[in-house]
Design a protein. Structure first.
Length: 201
């Protein structure tokens, strides 16, 4: 089962990522392993995150205790730097991931190697949460769905209420203001930027 989701990050997250989240319009698709019918996973969740943005969401939900390993690029909040690493975002080690016996793997859809990795993990019966956002509203939805998966709905509800209120106040403040054209480089070779439909367009 595949459904689009996404999330706006906590106010304690670094400004660089908050800007990136808004500009790149991140989000996630929840992909369940074969034969699974529920978005919930077992209570004994063992998380491996291959996505820096989703790693930050886990910390915002206060569920970092179940995060057993992360990618080399997961560096915020600072506490995550002490977590074991399983390789890069594009080239994680399947063997390293499996050595941590995860029940749930978080990853981004962008990049050529990530879809095959998700497929291999699913075949092994591991639930995969894949980043595939397209709107700011999707960011809220992602956070809500991830919270539901981790049984953190109550905490997410309060954070989402705060974020929606903050976004509304910003929108009201900017209502009627002239639009500005922005170029936000994401990567240099090849040159990637945020555009219609998300990042790398």
């Amino acid at each position: 089962m595949e459904r689009k989701t996404a999330s706006l990050l906590h106010s304690t997250l670094r400004p660089r990522f908050r800007v990136k989240a808004a500009l790149l319009l991140l989000g996630v698709t929840l992909i369940l392993g074969a034969g699974q019918k529920s978005a919930k996973v077992e209570s004994q969740i063992r998380l491996v995150s291959l996505s820096p943005s989703l790693t930050e969401m886990v910390y915002a939900l206060g569920d970092e205790g179940r995060l057993v390993a992360v990618s080399d690029f997961c560096d915020y909040p600072p506490q995550v730097q002490g977590k074991p690493k399983v390789g890069g975002v594009e080239n994680p080690s399947l063997e390293a991931i499996l050595s941590f016996r995860p029940t749930l793997v978080l990853m981004s859809k962008e990049g050529g190697n990530r879809r095959p990795m998700a497929k291999r993990l699913r075949k092994l019966g591991i639930v995969v949460f894949v980043d595939d956002a397209a709107s700011v509203e999707g960011i809220f939805e992602t956070f809500s769905r991830l919270a539901n998966t981790l049984d953190k709905e109550e905490r997410a509800e309060g954070l989402l209420k705060m974020w929606r209120g903050r976004l509304f106040r910003v929108q009201e403040k900017l209502r009627g203001a002239p639009r500005v054209r922005v170029f936000y480089p994401i990567w240099s070779e090849p040159l990637l930027t945020a555009g219609a439909g998300g990042a790398g367009r």
